[in-house]
Design a protein around this ligand. Structure first.
Ligand SMILES: [Zn+2]
Length: 194
C-alpha cells in the first residue's frame, strides 16, 4: 500500500491536484474484514469484548492458517499497566515483547503456564497492528496446545511472526511498517544461537 500511496502522491504532485487524494488512498486499504467465523473486524473501532468473540474469531483464523484444530480452551486476556507487562516478560516461559511504531509501546506476553495473554492497557484493538499482537500470542497458545519440539525459544517465534505478518498484509501493513521488524531483525529474533 505504501508504494501505491507514494505513486498517488507523485502523480498528484505532477498534476498539482489539491490535497483530496489522501482520503482516496485510504479507501484502497481494507478496513473491514469478515473472518471465516462470521466475525467482522472493523479497523478504527475499539473492541468491546476482546477476550470473548474477538479472540475466538482470531483463534479460528490462526487455526486455519496453521492447519490445526482450535484448542478447547483459549487463553485468558488480562490487561495490565505497561510496566507490569514489561516485568512479566522476565518470567520463565513468557514470550517476547513487541513495540508499535508511533505509540509509547504495545507490549504483550503469552504466559504458557497460566495460559494467559497479558496485554498492555493502552491496547484498544482498533488497529490492524493491535489485533496482530493477539494473532502472534495465539500462535504461542497453539504451540502449547499442540506440543511441537523447538530447538530454542527463538524458533517458536518464526511461526508467530509469520502469521502476524500474514494478518498485517490483509490490511496492507507489515511487521516492518508497524513494528520496525525488518527481515534482518526477524532473522535474528527467530534463529537459534543468534
Ligand atoms: Zn512471540
Amino acid at each position: 500500500m505504501k508504494v501505491i500511496r507514494r505513486r498517488l502522491v507523485a502523480v498528484a504532485a505532477l498534476l498539482m491536484i489539491p490535497v483530496t487524494f489522501e482520503a482516496q488512498a485510504r479507501d484502497e486499504t481494507i478496513e473491514r474484514l469478515r473472518l471465516g467465523s462470521g466475525f467482522e473486524i472493523v479497523i478504527g473501532d475499539r473492541q468491546p469484548d476482546p477476550g470473548g468473540r474477538l479472540l475466538e474469531a482470531l483463534a479460528i483464523w490462526v487455526g486455519a492458517k496453521l492447519g490445526q484444530p482450535v484448542p478447547a480452551a483459549l487463553p485468558r486476556l488480562v490487561f495490565r499497566p505497561n510496566n507490569q507487562v514489561a516485568a512479566l516478560r522476565l518470567k520463565q516461559y513468557a514470550s517476547e515483547l513487541v513495540q508499535q511504531q508511533g505509540r509509547p509501546s504495545i507490549i504483550s506476553i503469552y504466559d504458557a503456564r497460566e495460559r494467559v495473554i497479558y496485554i498492555e492497557e493502552s491496547w484498544t484493538g482498533a488497529t490492524a497492528a493491535d489485533l496482530s499482537v493477539l494473532v502472534h500470542e495465539l500462535v504461542h497458545h497453539f504451540q502449547e496446545a499442540h506440543p511441537t519440539k523447538f530447538e530454542c525459544d527463538a524458533a517458536r517465534e518464526a511461526k508467530a511472526f509469520e502469521l502476524q505478518e500474514k494478518w498485517l498484509r490483509l490490511f496492507g501493513e507489515s511487521l516492518e511498517e508497524d513494528f520496525q521488524i525488518d527481515p534482518f531483525t526477524l532473522l535474528v529474533r527467530t534463529s537459534c544461537g543468534m
